[in-house]
Design a protein around this ligand. Sequence first.
Ligand SMILES: [Zn+2]
Ligand SMILES: [Zn+2]
Length: 376
Amino acid sequence: MKFSAINFTCPSCGAPQKFSPATGKLTCEFCSTQTSIEISEDTIYEYDFSEAVSTLTAQKIQSITKSVSCKKCAGSFTLTPYSFSSNCPYCGTPAIIDFIQEITPKSLIPFMLTHKKAQTLFKEWIGSLWFAPNAFKKYLDGDNRLTGYYLPYWTYDSDTTSPYRGLRGDVYYVMVTRSIVRNGRQQQVQVQEPRIKWTPVSGVVYVSFDDVTIGASKTISRTILDSLGPWNTEKLVPFSEEYLSGFEAEEYTIGLDNGFEFAKAKMSFKIEKNIRYDIGGDQQQIHSIQTQHKNVTYKNVLFPVWTASFKWNSKEYHYAINAQTGKIVGERPYSYMKIIFAVLAVMFMVGGFIYMDRDGFLHRSATNSTVIVNPY
Ligand SMILES: [Zn+2]
Ligand SMILES: [Zn+2]
């Protein structure tokens, strides 16, 4: 499929302008001319979920090839099926194209964290990793491959009603007679012992959820996607292509209905917590919860993420930085040698303290100071 690319050109020199997280404006890379983005006064709506699900055609994610020709160099290139914003691989000019999914993002959180700041944060994070191999730290230190992505998310609101059944456990004490041996003689003593009284309970809890966010991309693992939160959705702005200029952006690959299944699972944790509180007592058992969701609404949004992946010892590792809050989530290798040495160090320390107890003063034995060597 052929797509024509949108891009923004500098009013002074005609070069492409990209969105700058530092200023929140479009900025020319050549002459630094800045162009403000008109902030739309449009309200960011929540859309009715059941209506949307019933009218959506059962559309499979099509594996279409999106071919684009660059407006600047006329080079032709292809985007991945779910991508709708990228840069020309030949000249770096931003290219933003049409959506193919039925639901399109109506709002987004613009990039707040600059590429430079993201790199600094990442370096600090690498430095703080305990037990990571030093060669790995060095390898990542010179890494510049952070890519800025606007990733698709769903947000869901729901008013939930959850009737439940279970048991409430209350602790009480009973006096029991125990035989013990005191001064070589057997004796009978009275002691208090705890027991639990279980009472059947039932009730209803009501919880309203606002903007439960669910990652709708398959590019990054769900663990990383979910751990990147929380997102401050108060900072959402109406969708505008200017914010995407220079960044990669993706459409959803997890559908509206599938996303809601993830959201329900997330909501159920809070509902269960509220039920335990509602039951009260010292312990609770929940046997059944029948949650109904009402007034379910959704939004399709884009959140900004700096991301990269790298290979280390033939294994692939991924990391991502929330470009609103600076939170870093990543997979990392461990150095088993470092862990073993640290365990040995602790053992010698303990040994050292026992030695100190007998002597009455502190011995700093040679073994103690030589144990903590760095194997790398
Ligand atoms: Zn310019
Ligand atoms: Zn080009």
